[in-house]
Write a protein that binds this ligand. Structure first.
Ligand code: NDP
Length: 295
């Protein structure tokens, strides 16, 4: 029988733990704060930011939302980020991507104080991650590590194939899983669109992480009954005239065939959101020096 790895349930537990941590901060007179910065007026980005603000509200984190006019010069964005960097009530800052074309995305990520960079995309923090000493783990890879640990999937010594080499999922995940650490110590292969024979790699993996943004790329041909499949993909497709959400793995074909799988929705997605809350209370703990237990 295939184990369905329930990200919604684990994310709920983490949110409860974050809410407890926030209460402990409150008793010391501190409210952890997360600022979201939105410059591009894109409906998907607005939805993501609204979800993050709602999550903050649920656990008691002070959500501060800043909007910068999409036509404003790059400096307007950097000025707002500087203000947030200097604000003691703001412990975490997230700049919602994408930014408009006239703004240098890397410069926007670099403008965030590394100590408040709860997304983990400031180049200094990327460097620390690559060196095996992450300050903040990027939320999606962090969520995947927690999901695997919770599901009892051992990464030490495991062959993990990550399909996708983006800076937000594939690369940071490979870095985290190869760390000399209890939730690392894996042997990791990164595949991408130029990989010659994807199935040859994925079929010998203990764990396949599908993060390609290609609907149902991973089917029975790409796995074995021993495989654990972590499905990061979020793809909207038309089925029978209706718009529906599918992952990068063919869930219907793999349920009942592989050892374990994360569903879409309800797998990696809720964990990504929960780990942002976790990183915010982690940032608050470091900045205040208060020894608050984290989930
Ligand atoms: P990107 O488009 O930035 O990267 C996709 C990667 O997949 C690229 O490295 C690309 O290769 C590779 N790829 C594309 N097609 C194939 C193929 N046929 N075979 C092998 N590799 C392929 O995507 P993201 O990393 O940002 O996101 C990936 C997916 O995860 C998306 O569906 C996205 O919506 C979802 N996502 C979900 C999150 C969550 O919380 N659940 C969070 C973030 C993303 P190349 O480099 O050669 O182009």
């Amino acid at each position: 029988m295939t184990q369905i790895i329930d990200g919604e349930a684990l994310a709920g537990e983490i949110r409860e733990g974050v809410a407890d941590a926030v209460a402990a901060f409150e008793s010391e007179g501190v409210t952890p704060g997360l600022a979201t910065v939105l410059m591009e007026a894109d409906p998907a980005s607005e939805t993501y930011v609204n979800m993050k603000q709602r999550d903050c509200e649920e656990v008691g984190i002070d959500g501060i939302h800043v909007e910068v006019d999409a036509d404003a010069p790059e400096a307007a964005l950097f000025d707002r980020i500087d203000e947030l960097n200097d604000d003691d009530g703001v412990h975490g800052i997230l700049v919602q991507m994408p930014v408009p074309d006239h703004v240098d995305e890397r410069a926007a990520q670099a403008a965030v104080d590394p100590a408040k960079d709860v997304d983990g995309f400031n180049p200094e923090n990327v460097g620390r991650l690559v060196a095996g000493e992450p300050r903040f783990r990027p939320c999606t890879p962090f969520g995947i590590q927690r999901l695997l640990a919770d599901a009892g999937v051992e990464t030490a010594g495991a062959d993990v194939v990550v399909v996708g080499r983006s800076n937000i999922v594939g690369r940071p995940l490979a870095n985290l899983l190869t760390r000399r650490a209890d939730d690392g110590n894996a042997t990791v292969t990164i595949c991408h669109s130029k990989t010659a024979d994807l199935a040859a790699h994925t079929r010998r993996a203990d764990v396949v992480v599908a993060a390609a943004g290609v609907p149902e790329l991973i089917g029975r041909e790409e796995v074995t009954p021993e495989t654990t499949v972590v499905d990061v993909g979020i793809n909207r497709v038309e089925r029978d005239g209706e718009s529906t959400l599918v992952g990068d793995a063919d869930f219907e074909a793999l349920d009942g065939y592989v050892d374990a799988i994360t569903p879409v929705p309800g797998g990696v997605g809720p964990m990504t959101r929960a780990m942002l809350l976790y990183n915010t209370v982690l940032a608050a703990r470091r900045q205040t020096g208060l020894d608050v237990p984290l989930p």
